[in-house]
Design a protein around this ligand. Structure first.
Ligand code: ADP
Ligand code: MG
Length: 694
């Protein structure tokens, strides 16, 4: 058996392989292109392509694909084989530099929100050499960006790469002010912890709601839920642990740093945490992780559910986006440091984040908005829909001192540099134990906890990088002009804290009291996708993104439309699925059961006329009433669906306000029926079957 170091990255065309397979000058030239983010020379690309193809064929590959993240959130690939005909009816395996650099998929089937009229339904994909090529299913996958012919981004990756450039540039300006000239690049690092459910495949296949929508649209609570808290630290079941073992191996082969596998709070829920990486690689790796999870699960006759809320009354799944900034020399900019100068630099980056999050609460919320995630956020199990920052009591009191330091310590500026001499060390375990904060400082990084389990991490990171870079830019503009750097720095930090401290909250984010307090503080509370998305197209956000060339105005409006359309489509599919299950399974089940009750009552009456049959009679009444109610509501729902409004926002509102509401009414009736019916008549798997039978 091969050891872990032997299998790690064995399916990846990484630096090590490139060094072996490429001529020295080509390798150097490629590395330089990557480091400087320039376009690849075609002569270099030809050599790289041949080496890549030969290596891929050695690994058993027959096809290649430009692998990218369209706006739907999943990854897309179109496979082309390497074969190329030659004389004599034979073929050779061929792959050119041109094919490596650029692909032209038929883009008409990907959503573009009007960016690309169908008559010119072509976009092009172009290799992102900052992320390694890899092999999956005998196919060489080339990580790429996907753009329209006018250069507009049709994917999630392009804006992420743009935002990484931006934050690097602005961070370097700040570092220079602190005398750091050795750093040439600042990299955003991300570790995305992935939550998921594993359930039995045979059981899953009997639930069309799970199959078609990813979540259960009905289901009475199991007598046992997560109240015993016995799952989190419980032993991992053999079937699950063999799944995890195989998953780790498959991920390692792809060079993905899968580190921790454990059970989560809810029964049947688990988590995978990778070691952090640069954010574009982390984003590719997270997409791959989700895909491999589903594939490996199938091999174990399991199904991996990535939906944010597969089961009502049971914790949903999210993704924790651990985020930090790191120089190319290996310095973590959110490490508080040990010297006053390091401390001051840390504090400046910290207050930039505080200001960024406070000023752009709407964008943070929008970046995680989806129909699935709406069921989680604010549900008393996941972060609330209100954005705040957790800093911990220690750091918060340091900021309080700094805020007032301006008035009290004016004469001591030289000595104290910016008001505190040396920051105390932050023991890691004091950082946010209660885990209810949507955005927490955890020692040397921030943890953004609102992401949905199925979403791409690209968009939230694009937003985070852009808004922080925007503040760093403003800070640099001020400080570069200041006659006395230390004085200006101290003033800037104090002013920023004073103006933005309302966003800091260290208490219980799940409590009702916080909702009220947040309102008093003037913080935004955007409970649903439909409430959040209209903020995306506000002038201030258009200005922000266009100023920094992250999104063009048309990219913003297309993303806005696609998000709303996707929301509506999802809810529509859910409603249609529910209607179908009700008509084909639930109403017939109730009818059969009432029929059985009626027959029993009649038969008993004929032999024992004096028996009252209280139980049977009351059940019969109950189910007749339920059947009527369900029938009436489902008829109403069907009629409502016919009249959907045509404008995107109105349409999404309609699905949110009318359709989801009607589905939830139906659910209460169905769950009532399920929990009172003879189980031989209720053939649909119950929550107990789904959650406890792996
Ligand atoms: P926890 O206490 O939540 O388990 P860890 O420190 O082990 O926290 O990290 C959780 C996640 O954060 C992991 O994916 C880890 O790789 C990631 N992480 C750690 N340091 C950084 C960093 N500097 N930048 C980005 N992510 C990081
Ligand atoms: Mg975590």
């Amino acid at each position: 058996m091969k050891s872990v170091p032997q299998i790690f990255g064995c399916l990846v065309f990484n630096d090590e392989v490139m060094r072996q397979k490429l001529p020295k000058d080509v390798f150097k030239s490629l590395q330089k292109t990557i480091a400087e983010g320039r376009d690849l020379d075609i002569s270099v690309a030809n050599v790289v392509a041949t080496a890549m193809k030969d290596w891929a064929i050695e690994q058993g590959a027959t096809h290649y694909t430009h692998w990218f993240q369209p706006l739907t959130g999943i990854t897309a690939e179109k496979h082309d084989s390497f074969i190329s005909p030659v004389a004599g009816g034979r073929i050779i395996m061929d792959f050119s530099g041109k094919e490596l650099i650029k692909g032209e998929p038929d883009a008409s089937s990907f959503p573009s929100g009007g960016l690309r009229a169908t008559f010119e339904a072509r976009g092009y994909t172009s290799w992102d050499p900052t992320s390694y090529a890899f092999i999956k299913d005998r196919t060489l996958c080339i990580p790429t960006v996907f753009c329209s012919y006018n250069g507009e981004a049709l994917d999630q990756k392009t804006p992420l790469l743009r935002s990484m450039e931006l934050i690097s540039e602005q961070s370097l300006r700040i570092l220079k002010l602190f005398g750091n000239t050795s750093a040439h690049r600042v990299i955003t690092t991300v570790g995305a912890e992935q939550e998921y459910f594993l359930i039995d495949k045979d059981t899953y296949l009997k639930r069309n709601d799970l199959l078609l929508t990813g979540r259960t649209l009905f289901g009475a609570p199991s007598p046992k839920g997560q109240e015993l808290e016995d799952h989190y630290f419980g032993t991992i079941k053999p079937r699950v642990s063999s799944f995890m073992k195989e998953l780790d191996e498959e991920l390692w082969k792809l060079g993905i740093l899968a580190k921790t596998e454990h059970n989560e709070a809810a029964p049947a829920q688990h988590e995978l945490a990778p070691i952090f990486n640069s954010s574009n690689k982390a984003s590719d790796h997270n997409q791959l992780t989700m895909e491999i999870m589903k594939k490996v699960a199938a091999k174990h006759n399991l199904v991996c559910l990535l939906h944010e809320k597969p089961f009502e009354g049971i914790n949903g799944s999210g993704k924790h986006n651990n985020w930090s900034l790191c120089t190319d020399t290996g310095l973590n900019l959110f490490d508080p440091g040990k010297t006053p100068s390091e401390n001051a630099q840390f504090l400046l980056f910290l207050v930039a984040v505080i200001k960024a999050i406070d000023e752009h609460q709407d964008l943070m919320r929008i970046s995680v908005a989806s129909a699935g995630n709406d069921h989680r956020l604010g549900g008393g199990e996941a972060p609330p829909a209100i954005i705040s920052i957790y800093l911990g009591d220690e750091l918060t009191s340091i900021l309080e001192a700094l805020e007032h330091g301006e008035e009290y310590n004016e004469t001591e500026t030289e000595l104290m540099e910016i008001g505190v001499h040396v920051l105390p060390n932050f023991p890691k375990d004091t950082t946010d134990r209660n885990r209810t904060s949507p955005f927490a400082f955890t020692g040397n990084k921030f943890e953004f906890r609102m992401l949905g389990s199925s979403q791409s991490i690209s968009e939230p990171n694009t937003v985070l990088n852009t808004i922080v870079a925007h503040e760093l830019m403003q800070f640099a503009n001020i400080l570069e002009q200041a006659p006395n750097f230390n004085k200006a720095l101290k003033k800037l930090i104090a002013k920023t804290i004073r103006e933005h401290k309302r966003i800091i909250f260290n208490g219980d984010g799940y409590s009702k009291a916080w909702e009220d307090e947040a309102k008093e503080r003037g913080l935004l509370n955007l409970p649903s996708t439909v409430d959040a998305l209209p903020h995306f197209i506000e002038q201030k956000n258009i200005d922000l993104f266009t100023q920094h060339n992250i999104y063009t105005e048309s990219e913003i409006s297309s993303r806005y439309e696609i998000s709303l359309e996707t929301y509506s489509k999802r809810v529509r599919i859910e409603a249609l699925t529910l209607i179908d299950i009700i008509k084909t399974s639930i109403l017939p089940a109730i009818t059969s059961y009432t029929q059985k009750l009626a027959t029993t009552i009649a038969a008993t009456k004929s032999v024992a006329p004096n028996l009252e049959m209280v139980a049977e009679n009351s059940l019969l009444t109950k189910f007749s009433i339920l059947n009527d109610r369900i029938f009436n509501e489902v008829t109403k729902l069907e009629e409502t669906l016919i009249n959907e409004p045509s404008f995107v926002l109105e349409n999404a509102r309609f699905y949110h306000d009318d359709i989801l509401e009607s589905m939830s009414v139906l659910r209460t009736y169905i769950d009532d029926a399920e929990s009172n019916m003879d189980s031989t008549y209720w053939t649909l798997p119950t929550y107990t079957d789904l959650i406890f039978r792996v």
